[in-house]
Design a protein around this ligand. Structure first.
Ligand code: GLY
Length: 340
């Protein structure tokens, strides 16, 4: 449960107000926000936040890098490699659920404090898609590589091919084939055996000791998707965005909904207008709901953001979105506020 003492109610935020050291600029009206949205107003440095409960373990790896005075970009890469390696995590990296053809295809991107970014989409056979994305950023003049080209680039740079489909994910895929007859749907959340969620992309944001921000996002995407489907996670501005002057944001959930509003960039732009990260996330979620009121009630999207002060917040369409926070004094998983 969140430590409520570390939070203040949104009711205390108003245009031009100074709240616990957090300046809210004029024009950033919080009118219309519910009174039950909680925001931290701490100034944290360093800080790591990431999506879902499993973010806690990933945060620990990122924190270790930050404690060695490492850069935020190194921290987020190290952090998200934890779920990428974990076969129990069936929506990221090794052990991820395959597409409808039984192929595990990974999407990932990374962005640093200087607008440098790299991305891969539809990458097969390489567990650490995030590290391939990092190399796209560091060693090529490009931002994004896809499919066979991404694999070729990875192999040329020393990655080795692995089988990413685990027996568990293969069994679930074969069960799905039997019932769904090769017909993908946009949202199969809670329809997997045991009612498990199928969308738990990891998005991670960090600020290092220098005050620089970076982010990483990695996923195997929507389970049993059409081969070639790309979600929000590898798309700079959709699944992740970092503006070192303002803040950073990432997303999890049904990528199609996030792409339509260029969600993470939108969250950062709301923070630029002066909204607290939690309020900025809420504004983006509301945008999805406004444009797509019927399907928004049936799908999950969650945003997570951190600003230049190290303040963080999240907001989701539905109940159930969680996020993990690591600072000097906090190492917890919080439940996000939600619209429906
Ligand atoms: N958010 C991950 C995806 O839709 O693929």
């Amino acid at each position: 449960m969140p430590d409520r003492r570390k939070f203040v109610k949104s009711a205390f935020l108003s245009a031009g107000a100074i709240v616990a050291g957090a300046s809210v600029r004029a024009g950033a009206s919080t009118a219309g926000l519910p009174q039950d949205v909680s925001y931290n107003t701490l100034r944290n440095k360093p800080v790591v936040v990431s999506t879902w409960d499993f973010g806690k373990e990933a945060n620990a790896a990122a924190w270790h890098v930050l404690q060695q005075d490492g850069h935020a970009v190194e921290a987020v890469e190290a952090g998200v490699k934890v779920p990428e390696s974990d076969p129990q995590n069936q929506s990221v990296g090794y052990g991820g659920r395959p597409d409808r053809d039984g192929r595990v295809t990974l999407d990932a991107c990374i962005m640093d404090h200087m607008y440098r970014c790299g991305s891969v989409a539809g990458l097969e056979h390489i567990k650490h898609a995030i590290s391939v994305a990092r190399l796209v950023m560091d060693r090529t003049p490009h931002v994004m590589l896809v499919g066979d080209g991404a694999l070729q680039f990875a192999l040329e740079n020393g990655f080795r091919k692995e089988k990413l489909l685990t027996p568990t994910s293969e069994r679930e895929w074969r069960e799905w084939l039997r019932d769904n007859k090769y017909s993908p749907v946009n949202n199969i959340e809670n329809r997997l055996p045991g009612g498990r969620h199928n969308h738990d992309t990891i998005g991670m944001l960090a600020m290092d000791n220098r005050g620089n921000l970076s982010g990483a996002c990695t996923t195997s995407g929507m389970a049993f998707k059409l081969h070639g489907r790309v979600g929000d996670s590898p798309i700079i501005g959709a699944g992740l965005y970092v503006d070192n002057e303002i803040g950073a944001a990432t997303s999890s959930g049904v990528g199609e909904e996030v792409i339509r509003i260029v969600g993470s960039h939108l969250v950062v732009e709301y923070m630029r207008m002066g909204f607290h990260p939690g309020a900025a996330c809420r504004k983006a979620v509301e945008r999805i709901a406004r444009h797509n009121p019927i399907s928004a009630k049936e799908v999950q999207v969650g945003f997570l953001a951190v600003n230049k002060h190290g303040e963080y917040g999240a907001y989701a369409l539905q109940e159930g979105f969680t996020y993990a926070v690591k600072t000097d004094g906090i190492n917890e998983v919080f439940s996000s506020e939600h619209l429906f």
